[in-house]
Design a protein around this ligand. Structure first.
Ligand code: MLT
Length: 262
C-alpha cells in the first residue's frame, strides 16, 4: 500500500485532527486553522491520493475508507500523537472517520462530523460513483466541476458568490483525476455506519448546511437523535461546503463544541 499521508501540525495541546472531503485536500481547512489552534494542536492530513499525498502513477484503482483510516493513524504515529484526538471529518473525511472508529477507536475521544453521512450509498448512488470513476480519467477537471459544483454549494452561492465558487473549483483542479476515480470506488463500497454511531456514546457534533443536498439535514437530525451525547448545528446560507459558504457560523459551531471539551 502507498506511503503514509502527508500531515502538518499547528500549535500545542490536545489533538484536533482535520480530515478533508472529496475531491479536495487539507488546504480546504485554511479558514479553520487560526480559530482552532487556540483550542489545541491542529493536525491537517492529506488523504491518500490527494494534496501532498498525491500518488502519481502509483495511484491504485480504488482507495477504500479503511485504507484512508489506516493512513490517518499512520499520520498520527508519524507526528507521535498518542493521546486521543477530536476527529473532525468533512464528508468523505467523515466516512473515513467511521472506519477510523472501527479500526482505531482508542485514538478518538470526540467527534465532529461535518456535512457527512452514516448511511451507505443506495445501489443507484454507488453505480453512479462507479460510472464516474470509469470515465473521469478520460475527461478534464471541467467535467468534474460541472458534475459536482451544483451539488456542493447552495443555489445562491452558485449564482452570486463567484469568489466562494472559485475557492472550491481551485481545489478541485488540484485533485489528480486518478485519485478522484479511486476515491469514488472506495466511497461506493463503504458500509452503513448507523449502528456504529448509535453505539458510540462519545461527545459528537454534527454540522450540516441548511441547503446541503449531499448530507441532508433530516438525515443528520435522525442520526444525532439516535446517538448519545450528540448535537446538530445547522449552518444558514450554506449548502454542502459550509466551511467556505459560511465560515463564520461553521467556525463558531466548531469552536463552541471543541472549547467545551477542554
Ligand atoms: C465530499 O464532500 O467529500 C463528497 O461530497 C462526499 C460524497 O461524494 O459522498
Amino acid at each position: 500500500m502507498p506511503k503514509a499521508p502527508a500531515c502538518v501540525a499547528y500549535g500545542v495541546g490536545r489533538p484536533i485532527v482535520l480530515v478533508h472531503g472529496f475531491p479536495f485536500h487539507s488546504g480546504m481547512w485554511s479558514g479553520q486553522i487560526a480559530p482552532l489552534r487556540a483550542l489545541g494542536k491542529v493536525i491537517l492530513v492529506d488523504l491518500l491520493g490527494f494534496g501532498a499525498n498525491a500518488l502519481g502513477g502509483a495511484t491504485p484503482m480504488k482507495l477504500t475508507m479503511d485504507e484512508q483510516a489506516d493512513a490517518v493513524a499512520a499520520a498520527l504515529d508519524h507526528l507521535k500523537v498518542r493521546e486521543p484526538a477530536t476527529f473532525v471529518g468533512f464528508s468523505m473525511g467523515g466516512y473515513v472517520g467511521w472506519s477510523f472508529l472501527r479500526r482505531h477507536r482508542q485514538r478518538v475521544d470526540s467527534l465532529v462530523m461535518c456535512n457527512t453521512r452514516a448511511l451507505a450509498d443506495t445501489p443507484e448512488a454507488a453505480r453512479a460513483r462507479l460510472d464516474m470513476a470509469d470515465i473521469v480519467e478520460g475527461r478534464s477537471h471541467a467535467f468534474v466541476i460541472d458534475t459536482l459544483l451544483p451539488k456542493l454549494v447552495a443555489p445562491r452561492t452558485l449564482d452570486s458568490r463567484p469568489d466562494v465558487c472559485a475557492q472550491i473549483t481551485d481545489l478541485i483542479e488540484e485533485a489528480p483525476l486518478a485519485a478522484i476515480a479511486a476515491a469514488q470506488r472506495g466511497m461506493a463500497e463503504r458500509p452503513d455506519s448507523t449502528q456504529l454511531a448509535g453505539e458510540l456514546g462519545m461527545p459528537t457534533l454534527a454540522i450540516v448546511g441548511e441547503h446541503d443536498v449531499i448530507s441532508k439535514r433530516d438525515e443528520l437530525e435522525a442520526l444525532t437523535a439516535r446517538m448519545r451525547d450528540a448535537t446538530l448545528a445547522v449552518i444558514p446560507d450554506a449548502g454542502h461546503m459550509t466551511v467556505f459558504e459560511n465560515v463564520e457560523a461553521t467556525n463558531r459551531a466548531l469552536c463552541d463544541f471543541i472549547g467545551e471539551l477542554r
